[in-house]
Structure formats: C-alpha cells, structure tokens
Design a protein around this ligand. Structure first.
Ligand code: PFF
Ligand code: NA
Length: 459
C-alpha cells in the first residue's frame, strides 16, 4: 500500500552497529535496572532469584531479542507493517494483529506507572541538590520518601514533568541528538554507580550484600518468584512489545544480530547487577529491610549520598542521569503507539503524541493514588495471587509478568515455527551449530519455559 511504501522510503538505516546498540541500550537500561531489579531481588530473597533472573536472560531473553531484531530487519518496516508483510504471504493476519495489540496495550499501561516512578527521580534531583540529604539518618531519609508518597499533588506534578519530557521528544520524532546523548550519559551513569559501589564497599555491609546477591538459597525462591524473574527478563530487555523489532528494522544487513543482541543484554544485566551491589551494602550496613518494596532505592541511595564526600553533587548528578535513562526508555514505550496511530489511523505525529501521552498521563493518576488515598484498595484482592495488590501493583504485575511474556511467546512461535527456516537462517547468518542452538531454544525451550511458569502460577 501507499502508506507502507511511503514509510519505507523515509527510513534511513542506523549509521552503524554502534548506533543500533545505543538506541537499544537506551530503551533497555532504565528504571527496570536501577529501581526495579534491586527491589524485586530484595523481595524475593536474593541469590536464588538473581540466578533465576540470569538464566531467564540467557535462555529466554537473548533468543527472543534476536528474534525480534531479526523479524524487524527482515520486514524493514514498523512492527505492525513488518509482521503484516511477512505474514500476508502465509495468510496469517491474526498473528500480527494480536502482537500489535499486545505491544500497544503494554506500552500504554507500562508508561502510565513508569512515568510516576520517573517523577520520583525528578523530585529527588531537588532533594539532593538542596543539601537536604546531608548527614541524615535512615529514619529521616525514610520520612522524606514517605512524605513524597503521601502527597498526590506533588507526585502528579513530577509525573506530569516526566511525561512532558517524553512527549516532547516523541512529538519531534526521535532524533540522532538523543543517540549522541546516550553515548555520553549512559557511561556517566555507569561511572556514578561505580562510585556508589566504591562507597558501599567501605560501608561495612559489602560482604553481606555479596552473599545475599550471589549465594543462592533455593528455599527462598517461590513459584511466584520465578514468574517475577521471567517477567523481569522481558521488562528489563524491553521485549515482548515489539520495541526491539522496531529498532531492528533500521539495522544494516551486514551487522550480526546475535552479537548486537548479546551486547545489549550484557550491558543491561551489568547495570542491574551494579545497582544491586550499590544498594544492598547500604541496606545491610544500616539495618534496613531488603524487602522494603518499590521505595528501596529511594531509601538507600540518598543515605549514601548524605554520608559520602561531595554527596549532594553526586546525588544530584545520579538522579539526573537516572531521569535520562528512564527518559530514553519512556520514549521507546510511547514511540510504537504513536507510530501505530500515524500509520494505521492516519493521524499526524503531534496529535498522536498528545493523544496517546494524555491517556498515559491520566492512567498514571490511578498509580499515584495507589500510593496514598487508595493504598488499601486491592481491586482484584479476591484472586489469591493478587491479594493485597494496589492498582499500581496490578499494572506492574499484569504488564511485566503476563503481557510481555505473552508477547514474547508469540514472537518465539512466529520466528521459530511460522517463518520459513531458510529466511530466518539467512537473516541471522550464524554458524550452523549456533543457528541450531538458537532455533532449538526458540522453538522448544522458550515456549515451554514461559508456558510452564504460567501454568505453575495459575495452579
Ligand atoms: N527496559 C526498560 C527498563 O528496564 O527500565 C523498561 C521498558 C522499556 C520495558 C520499553 C518495555 C519497553 F518496551
Ligand atoms: Na532494563
């Protein structure tokens, strides 16, 4: 169709392998690594959960990332168009429709609460910069955080600021300026995390933290913990909602999909582990609770910044960089929805961005209220698995643990069973042994693993 050709003609390719890695890393590295990974690790007992998460990255995450990038590059268009192009030959329209729906729905729901947490980071820039953290006790730091959560208007303000940042970039069209910023700011975030790890090593809690993170105690791993580990593998690598498919469509043909996917996964996992090593020593040295929940990093890192030399400066810088990491991920959550509205509904970019952004923003209000006025409201509490979960908890659970793995399952089935083996083999250009390993994993191990975790949790 005309729309298809039009969008294809406009599409340049990434200038290099590095450009793709930067964009994909920008999407992958975000609040998932620094905010979510440490707190779910704390809630799920540490080492055994971390090991399970690493296994999920290797066995499920990397093969699916390769599949998404491969489908995107093969189609060379936006995810919905790529899937349609590949499936129309085989008359498999429902598949792309379903995958498109999963992607759009997940994007809306995730961005709605992601932006609220991004807003916490925005708020902490001011907290750190004003010197309020200097020399504070754990109790005082905890009180600052509870004060923020109990104040819906302040939360709404920062949520709005974060959402506006995302909308501005998406409305203008994601540009290469952002790519250049990733080159500088991502390594800077990494260095700052290293500085906090260095401080954490002197805090007296480091060996306990290392044992907590890396000595698996399987008696602490529950079936729901396995589901959380699997869901987080999808969430942290931005899989299951066709983001990597969209980015893969810009990847030049001569670049190895396997190498780039593995590189992005290693960077993402590295940032998460580093965040864990920064946070848990502070937890143990100050007698805090590892299972404190979503507030964990906002109750531990400020304590470190309040105690270390030049802490106000490092703290301010850290939260600015965290916002940046969250921003690039937020953009990748909104972009597919806007692209879909443009392509399928013929809306212009500005109108699509404002429309979709406002829906996410309004949805975010429910998450804000779950932190205070609706903190005891568990709408699906009658389901045993969802007992005590607020709207915010439910959105997180439903997207990361259900929707994204479901999207990933569709990708695995599509790439492993629907697409022609020759086409897939040619696109990946792996050695025969490596291809068999990937193909076998994607066809059998990935679907069985995802299905097994689902079934186990439903029983
Ligand atoms: N991967 C991001 C993070 O770890 O923070 C979150 C995310 C971005 C999930 C984009 C899904 C997505 F499509
Ligand atoms: Na991530």
């Amino acid at each position: 169709s005309g729309a298809l050709e039009g969008s294809n003609a406009k599409r340049g390719l990434w200038s290099s392998r590095l450009a793709f890695i930067l964009a994909a890393t920008g999407s992958a590295v975000g609040l998932g690594n620094i905010w979510k990974f440490p707190y779910i690790t704390g809630e799920n007992g540490g080492g055994a959960f971390v090991l399970m998460y690493l296994i999920c990255i290797a066995v499920v995450g990397i093969p699916i990332m390769m599949a998404e990038v491969m489908i995107g590059r093969r189609g060379g268009r936006s995810p919905v168009s790529s899937l349609r192009l590949i499936t129309e030959r085989d008359g498999l329209r429902p598949v792309w429709k379903m995958m498109g729906a999963v992607g759009i729905l997940a994007g809306f729901l995730i961005l709605s609460f992601y932006s609220v947490i991004g807003g916490w980071a925005v708020s902490y820039v001011g907290t750190a910069a004003s010197g309020q953290l200097t020399g504070q006790s754990a109790d005082a730091i905890g009180a600052i955080f509870s004060g923020l959560l109990s104040d819906p208007m302040t939360l709404l303000l920062w949520h709005s600021v974060f959402m506006a940042l995302v909308m501005v970039v998406v409305a203008r069209g994601v540009s290469s300026g952002l790519e250049r910023a990733v080159t500088i700011l991502m390594p800077a975030l990494f260095v700052l995390l290293l500085i906090v790890v260095g401080y954490a090593m002197t805090s007296g809690g480091f060996s306990r933290a290392a044992a907590f993170l890396f000595q698996p105690d399987f008696s602490k791993l529950t079936t729901s913990g396995v589901l959380v580990a699997l869901g987080h593998a999808f969430f942290t690598l931005s899989l299951g909602m066709a983001v990597m498919m969209a980015y893969g469509s810009y990847l030049p043909k001569n670049i190895s999909i396997a190498k780039t996917s593995i590189t992005v996964s290693i960077i993402d996992t590295g940032v998460a582990l580093l965040a864990g090593m920064a946070i848990f020593p502070i937890v143990f040295a100050n007698g805090l609770e590892p299972g404190a929940g979503p507030g964990l990093i906002f109750q531990t890192l400020p304590l470190a910044f309040g105690q270390m030399p030049m802490g106000s400066l490092f703290g301010t810088l850290f939260f600015v960089l965290l916002i940046f990491a969250a921003w690039t991920s937020g953009i990748s959550l909104l972009e597919p929805i806007v692209e879909w509205l443009e392509e399928q509904k013929g809306m212009n970019r500005t109108v699509s961005t404002i429309g979709a952004g406002l829906v996410c923003w309004a949805l975010g209000i429910a998450s804000i209220l779950s932190l205070n006025l609706w903190a005891d409201f568990a709408p699906l509490g009658f389901v045993p698995m969802l007992e005590g979960k607020t709207i915010f908890d439910l959105l997180d659970f439903f997207t990361a643990n259900i929707l994204l793995p479901l999207g990933g399952l569709l990708v695995a089935i599509f790439a492993g069973w629907v697409m022609s083996r020759q086409a897939v083999e040619k696109e990946l250009a792996l050695s025969p042994g490596a291809f068999r390993l990937w193909h076998g994993t994607l066809r059998f191990v990935t679907p069985v693993a995802v299905a097994a975790v689902f079934v186990y949790n439903l029983m």
